[in-house]
Design a protein around this ligand. Sequence first.
Ligand code: ADP
Ligand code: MG
Length: 476
Amino acid sequence: MGPPRQRDASDESQQERYQSMSERREDQIWQMVVTSIQEHEKSQQLNVWLGRIRLAEIGDSKIVLEVANQFFRDHLDNHYYDIFYKHFKEILNLTPHLIFRVNPELKLPVEPEAELLPPPEPPQVAKSGKRATGVLLGAVNPRHTFENFVEGKSNQFAYNACRACAEKPGERYNPLFIAAGSGLGKTHLLTAIGHFIHEQDTSATISVVTAEKFTNEFIAQVRTHNMEEFRRKYREQCDVLLVDDIQFLAGKTGTLEEFFHTFNSLTAASKLVVLTSDKPPAEIGAFEERIRTRFAHGLIVDISPPELETRIAILENMAQREGVHLDSKVSTFIASCVRSNVRELEGALTRVLAYASFHGVEVSEDLARKALQSILREAEEKVTVEKIQDCVARYFGIKVADLCSQCRKRKYTEPRRMAMLLCRKHLGLSYPELGAKFGGKDHSTVIHACDKALEDLEQDEDLRNALLAIEREFIP
Ligand code: ADP
Ligand code: MG
């Protein structure tokens, strides 16, 4: 298989769809396989068919895929067995016996909109003009609550701000802007606010909507000249508006303008608006200044990638939900393999559990290592100078800039030498290349630094341990 192509925005929304689509482990595994096939096999036809297959079982060394009729079954078996086999093997490190089975009553995992809490009827407006009952509108995942969110250093600030907003909607931090990279829990926290308010105040109408859905609705209403209804829905009848992935509006002038008015009218009425985005307002280039300023008017919180303890806690939380006992050695191992985001962390555990049930064995560290072989390989390939510098700097409590500076204080020279040595060992950089990566040093300085590092290591056991600890940070 070739290298995975760059992810783009449509992958992102594909991921989103998968995330909220189903909590069933088999469906999650199938979605990973589908994504992998879509990335590597350029077959339109196969692409359509993938949506009509369900992964029914993983176990006893076999994987059962269900389809609706015999013709389709035979066709897949005859023409696509190898492709499926290859991708299952790549993702799960399994050598599966694949069985295609006919199930005339096949029920496919449905699209999120339909499967998750169905959007209820619009709220009844009583004669007094006050709503009789409140609602939580939108496709929301029932699992995305505050109770199911694991707190840690990386997300504490965001979590507290979301709690505060949910407890007193519109009174504090309005708007609240959650900015964080993909898979770090934005949708989860946004939805948790919705669930919390809905439970506390049964008369509130809460809308949870992605910016993409807002856009589609807006366009549809413009087409049918139905703006009145659209405005009633998002301005008058809405008490809390929770909008996910607002960066989607960048460049969509018409929708952005409409959203901006919606936003202004709600916040002016002290109705809570929470926005999420993959970057802070100031960095969403295509937003006009006035819009950026308004979005940034309340509180902006970010979420960093979770640190090791939080990653372990998230895994244990997830395992508990699945009714699986996870040895602390295993959770530590998985958590040390996947650092970037929670979605990938969950994906890794799903792979391990699938691997275990495929072979009918208990989960162990050794098994996890086998199940995650492809992730480990990728992580190893992804070691870069920047990553090494970052790990070294963090370990010694200095800045990356100090590693590249000319300062000759011991506090900097020792880590600098270690970082150079590690880059040489793991990336095979030449001395001139190293010099360039460390602030433009000439190659004789670098040679001297690397020699000195080796000498120090030979004599100093603490330094040897430090080096091992740093290496563990960037290679699992
Ligand atoms: P984003 O919207 O930022 O891309 P999501 O909110 O969809 O990320 O989170 C990805 C997955 O990780 C979801 O299944 C979510 O429940 C889970 N998740 C993220 N952060 C946490 C956390 N701190 N505790 C528990 N689960 C989390
Ligand atoms: Mg999201």
